[in-house]
Structure formats: C-alpha cells, structure tokens
Design a protein around this ligand. Structure first.
Ligand code: ZN
Ligand code: FE
Length: 762
C-alpha cells in the first residue's frame, strides 16, 4: 500500500451485528476491496479500523450497508476518514480482534434465527459431514439469545461452551472464507449436542437417528411427543388426528384455546390456509412467528381451531423440526407448560411432565441447555401491518428505538413483560404469564436478573403500575432507584406514541379488560388526551357495577347479569343475584370495554365462561368476523353519550335482547355490537377533536387484538381525516404495557419521578 495515498477510516456500527456473521462479512468485504485493518465486537457494536485508498474506503463502507448479512440490522453507522500523518503503521492484512468489553456501549444481542437454506441443503446431502445433523447452523442461523448467558456473543458465553470443537469444525471456525468462520454454534455429527429419546416406563433410552425414528413413529400413529425446541419444549401431535388432538387438550388442561400448527413447508401451509405475499414473507423470515391466517377446508381437525375462523400457522425453524416434519403430516406444536405456568425449558421438568401425564408417549430431547426460555411469537395482520399478539422467540431481545436514558419498566400483572432501556433503545423481555402464581413471579425475577445481566445497563428509574394488587408494586419497592408510577391506560397509549415517535398530545383510545384508574376504580373503556408525560380522562364508558372476584371475570354469565341489571332489565334475573346487585356488595364499578364484550357474548349465548383469558370476548369477535366474511349486514346497536363524556351502552343491551327475541341471529347481533363500538369511537373522537383540535388517535389495549373492530375503527377515523396509530412493535394487550411505562419514565425528569413516587404504593 502506498502510504501517501493511504487513509484510515474509523467505522462504528450499532444494531443486530453480533451473532449474525457480521465480523466475517466485514473481513471478506475488506479483503475484496483491498482494505487492511481490524474488526472487533465492542459491547453491542462492531468497530472497524480500515486502511486503504479514499475510493476503496468509501466503496467498502457503502458495501457494508448494502451487502450486510440478511439477519443483521444496522441501527446506526458512523464513520470518519482521516489522513495518515506518516507515523502510523499500516497493517498488512485484515483480521478479527478479540471482543472488547467496556461500559456504556449499545447492546443488541441477536434474537434466535431459523435454520438457513444453505444449512438445510447440507443437512440433506449424504456426503456432507453434517448430513441429517439436528443442530446444524452457521454464522447466519441457529439459536442465539436462547443460549446466551452474557455478552459479547462468543461461544464461552453460550450453552455451546461445554461442547469442544472437533478438528473439522475448528478448521471451519478459523477459515475466513468459510461460512462457519466464527460461527459460535458450529458443530457436526462428530461433535456437539446429541439427540435422545426418553420413552415411558422401562423403554430404553435411544440416541441419534434411532431417537428421531422413534419420535416419528410415535407421532405418525397419533401419539403425543414432547420435543425440545429453541425457547423451550413443545408438545407435538398429528393435527389431522382428532383423538390425538383431544388427548393433547386433556394433557395440557386446555379446553378451547386454539392450537398453532407447524407445516413442513410453504406449499403444505398454503394447502390449509390462505396467505398474502406479506404474510408469506413473515412466515419465512428468520423469526418464524406463528401467523393467524384464514383457514381453508382441509384435513386439519376442528379440535385444533375450536371457534376460530383463523388458523395459527408456522414453519419449522430448527433443523430437528425439519427432520421430523419431512416424514409427517402437519403437527400441532404447542408450548409445554402446566396451565398458566411458564414454558418448560429444563429437561428434568419435561420428563417429570411426561411421567405425570400418561397421554405423553415420549420426549425427544438433547443436551444443549436453554438459558433464556421463550414462547413462540404470535402475529396477525391488521390492515396489511404485522402486529403482535405475543412477542417472544425471534424478536426478543430486539431493541425498539426510544430516547436515551435508563429505565426499567415492570409491566402489568397479566402477560407480564418488563422492559429495560439504555443507549436509545428499549428492550422488552419475553412474555411470562400472569404474576398471580409463585412460579411465575420466580420466573419473572430470574428473567429480570438474566436479561439485566446480559444487557448490563446499570442503575435506572423504575416504572410500575400503581394497581395496589399487582405483584410488580412489591417488586418495584424492593428495587433501588426513583420510582415512577404509570397508570395502566396511559401506559397503553404511551406504547403507541413511543413506537411511532409521537411527541404532541394525542387522543388515546384505551380499551381492555381491566386496569387501575386514577380514581381508584377499574377502568377499561377510556378516551384519554395524553402526551408521554401526562394524561387526562376525557371520556369513558359509563361505570357499571360488576360483581367482583376472579370467578365473575371468568363467568361471563354473571357479567351479563350485571349489564342487564344496569339496563333496567332486572326481571328474569335470579332473585338472589338481583338482590346482590341491588345491595352492591362484593363488587366494583368498572368502565371496562373488555367486560362489556364478555357480557354481550354471554347475552347472545355465544360463550358463558372463559377457560382462557378473554375467551368470551374473543368468541364474540369470531362470531362477528365469520358473519362479516359471509357478507352479512346488520343495523348497529344504539348507545347514548351523556354529558361529561360518559358513554352508556344500556340502550344497546336493551335493543340487543329485544332483537334477539325477535329472531335476529346471535352472529348478526355480534356484528351489530362491533359496528356500534366502532361508530361510538368515531363519534367520541370527533367530539374530542372539536374540543382540542387534536387529530392524531392512538389505539391500544387488549380489545384492539380484535382485528375486525380495529380495522373498522381505523377505516371510520381515517374517513374523518384522523391520523390513526396502533401497536406494531409490541402487543396491544398487556404484553405492551411495560414498553409504554418505559416511554413515560424516560420522559419524566428526576425531580418529577421523586415527587410522583409519593403516590400510594402497595
Ligand atoms: Zn445456516
Ligand atoms: Fe390493559
């Protein structure tokens, strides 16, 4: 290199740049452009020192952005070119330096990545040293976050640390031109994790191909097998076998909630569901989420989908799943857990589950530990935009851009998720179930410790929901740092504002089942005027006296009686119940939209009791969606808007029962109810715009997981010239609460946080 024409370039790249083959890619690209120097992982970023001509350096930098590996993501690239002063030694080659650990960097470990096409080709090639290897991976694919114990992402910091490399893998690991150069998960048939079959009773343990064959044989005959995956164990069964699926429902204690189905490949999937181009791209993305799709008539048995017009479909993402499905019909693949407890990720627990459940014929396991358990992500498209029902494997721990600052937001009681922030990003954790069991609280604390350790972001402000009954209140109290209480529905709206970078006040429509309101009552049908710091309750559903307790939340027939009573239809109610409602014992005032959905569902005879969270409301949605899909039309139900912004659905309840008696179908009335709610939102938003001049509307809360309702509302509001935003990066349900809390916490200054912490704490 001619020193006179040589310049030095310092490049820093932030984003998903660790564990996706980024340093090898940089090395190859540098060599192609005749660049010398070094590349290094430094905390979350990649740092490059490059030497070459000005033209070569510019071409090299451009190539980094344009040709980056598919699973990587560049959040920020900074570079500067310096002239050499003649003193520097110009390196003769380009090489990778050992990772550097330091404070303050931006940390973004990669989520788990589905096995790539190149690895699948090798897995199918009898002459390849990784022929039929269930753990094949490369720099572009394989487990990442689920096997990570610390950053930087290097083999000793993963659960691959205990597997030593054989000579072949070692050679590939250090060959720059090899596609496993620096692949931390590299292994082959001679080294690395092994597959086992554990059957029931005295059946001998089997290994490798024998274990796989035994699992295939069991599944082919309708048996249930526990299969170790990336984020935890699945229970698998033939989705075309009614008796098998029924047995799976018994084993899981899951009566009605639809199951997801994994298909061998896209052709198999399309034979059973419809999918648009965008849906197919999402299904085939490295995250491989479950996507809700319209079903086609097929051999999949109705026990799989229950009342849903959709089917949750996904594609294999581990080499093992490919090996299994190559020989089998579509499989129900559902997380292995005991009812409402976390997904099972430890082998001992999976084997114990099998012992206790005679429906499970065997367990297909391996000896690579899962360090960060996660469920599969579940998504649906709302007006062509992919949205989350559950954000887990494949997405955690991706960061969402927010303003800089350190916060820890603890989330809600249900679908618990916490969010850590730092370096301009928010990192929501995986979803961990409701915090009303000791096991779930323990898992929450463990995950907090693990993820806090991995991200290492130091002391922080702690945001929490001031609901006096939430476990997160006690967790917050035990943590150091100033506390920021964030009201539930403000957090929902702030989650949308944070995602879409909205700073000016918005009209927030927060509809959900339950949340603690400023006045100490239960909210859930709220119109807020909000920015990221403050909110005021501008309108809401009229509070209705609902009989209290968990039992009445699940038993929508009780909720229905409360709405009947409120609508002046006490005649015909059980006299005991009527008296309880009259004397207002053991109940709460609630403005919840979710509960209204529950009540209407029961009044229409669609669902009287939920066996899983939100079932009655969800099945009301299913009935309306099926009715609409068949081209049905209905007259919306009436409602009244009182002064002081109270929306009263009592007239709607009266009309609903009268029309039902008059012979209108429950499905038509379900649809009429959806139309009424959508029309009401339009009317209230128009009123609030008139009052405030605000034309941005944010929709959030679990009710907006209802696709039919959300799409109707967006259509009506956009028709009136509103800008409408909804959740895309986090779920609209309580899984998105902690992200919203974090957005509020980052906004409030220290002093305010301290002052706000004087709110009553639990
Ligand atoms: Zn690969
Ligand atoms: Fe909520």
């Amino acid at each position: 290199m001619d020193p006179a024409k040589t310049f030095q370039s310092l490049i820093q790249i932030e984003g998903i740049v660790q564990g996706v083959g980024f340093r090898p890619f940089v090395t190859r690209t540098a060599r192609r452009h005749g660049i010398t120097g070094t590349v290094q992982n430094a905390q979350g970023a990649v740092r490059i020192e490059a030497f070459g001509s000005r033209e070569a350096l510019e071409a090299f930098t451009a190539a980094l952005g344009e040709e980056k590996p598919a699973p990587s993501h560049i959040a920020r690239l900074t570079h500067r070119i310096l002239a050499l002063d003649g003193e520097e030694r110009i390196p003769e080659s380009f090489r990778i330096l050992p990772s550097r650990e330091e404070e303050g960097g931006l940390v973004m470990p990669s989520p788990d990545l589905a096995v790539c096409g190149d690895c699948l080709r090798e897995m199918g090639d009898p002459s390849d040293p990784r022929y039929r290897n269930p753990f094949i991976s490369c720099t572009h694919c394989g487990p990442r976050f689920s096997i990570l114990s610390a950053i930087p992402y290097d083999r000793p910091n993963t659960s691959m640390a205990d597997f030593s490399l054989c000579p072949l893998c070692q050679r590939e690991y250090i060959e720059v031109e090899n596609r496993r150069f620096h692949a931390q998960t590299v292994c082959c048939n001679a080294c690395g994790p092994r597959l086992f079959w554990a059957g029931r009773g005295r059946e001998p343990r089997r290994e490798g191909e024998e274990a796989l064959a035994r699992a295939v044989q069991t599944l082919a005959s309708g048996g249930i097998v526990a299969v170790k995956g990336i984020g935890g164990y699945h229970l698998a069964v033939d989705a075309t076998n009614g008796r098998g699926v029924q047995a799976l429902r018994e084993a899981k204690g899951r009566e009605a909630k639809p199951f997801a189905v994994m298909f061998r490949d896209m052709d198999a999937l399309l034979a059973h569901c419809q999918a648009t181009q965008a849906q197919r791209a999402l299904l085939e993305s490295p995250a491989r989420p479950i996507v809700l799709l319209p079903r086609r008539a097929s051999a999949i048995v109705p026990q799989v989908w229950g009342a849903s017009p959709d089917l949750g479909a996904f594609l294999p993402y581990t080499p093992l799943q490919h090996l299994l499905l190559a020989q089998l019909p579509p499989l129900v693949m559902t997380s292995l857990n005991r009812s409402s407890l976390p997904i099972v990720s430890r082998d001992g627990e999976a084997l114990a589950f099998m012992e206790e459940h005679p429906q499970v014929a065997g367990t297909l396991l391996h000896d690579r530990p899962i360090l960060n358990p996660q469920d599969d992500s579940v998504m649906q498209f709302v007006r062509e935009k992919a949205t989350f029902l559950r954000r887990g494997r494949g997405y955690v721990p991706l960061g969402i851009p927010v303003k800089p600052g350190r916060a820890l937001a603890l989330g809600a009681q249900e679908k618990s998720v916490f969010t850590l922030t730092g370096g301009g990003y928010a990192y929501p954790s995986t979803e961990m179930g409701d915090l009303d069991t000791l096991e779930n609280v323990a898992q929450y604390q463990e995950t907090l410790k693990a993820m806090g350790g991995i991200l290492g972001l130091g002391p922080r402000r702690v945001a929490y929901d001031p609901h006096p009954g939430y476990a997160t209140g006690a967790i917050a109290a035990a943590l150091p740092g100033p506390k920021v209480p964030v009201y539930h529905h403000h957090a929902h709206i702030a989650s949308v504002m944070g995602e879409h970078g909205l700073a000016d006040p918005v009209i927030g429509v927060a509809f959900d089942g339950t949340g603690f309101g400023e006045d100490g009552s239960i909210w859930g049908g709220e119109f807020l005027i909000a920015d990221r710091k403050r909110f005021r309750r501008a309108a809401h559903l009229k509070p209705v006296w609902l009989l209290g307790g968990d039992a009445s939340v699940r038993k929508s027939s009780l909720t229905a009686a409360c709405y009947r009573y409120d609508a002046g239809l006490a005649q015909g109610l059980d006299p005991l119940l009527a008296r309880a409602l009259e004397s207002r014992v053991n109940g709460i005032f609630s403005s919840s939209m979710g509960r209204l959905f529950d009540g209407v569902s029961s009044l229409l005879g669609i669902c009287h009791a939920s066996t899983y969270g939100g079932q009655c409301a969800i099945e009301l949605n299913y009935a309306a969606q099926a009715f609409a899909q068949e081209g049905g039309e209905a007259e919306p139900l009436p409602y009244e808007i009182h002064k002081a912004g109270q929306v009263d659905f009592a007239p709607g309840i009266r009309a609903l029962l009268a029309r039902l008696e008059g012979g209108e179908s429950p499905a038509s009335l379900a649809y009429a109810f959806h139309l009424a709610v959508a029309g009401m939102v339009r009317k209230v938003c128009l009123g609030l715009r008139g009052e405030t001049g605000i034309d941005a509307v944010c929709l959030s809360g679990g009710v907006f997981l209802n696709r039919l309702l959300t799409e109707k509302i967006i259509l009506l509001l956009e028709g009136e010239g509103f800008r409408v935003y909804h959740n895309e990066a986090v779920p609209a349900g309580d899984g998105g609460i902690s992200f919203g809390q974090a957005v509020v916490a980052l906004e409030s200054a220290e002093e305010e946080a301290i002052c706000a912490s004087r709110f009553p704490e639990s």
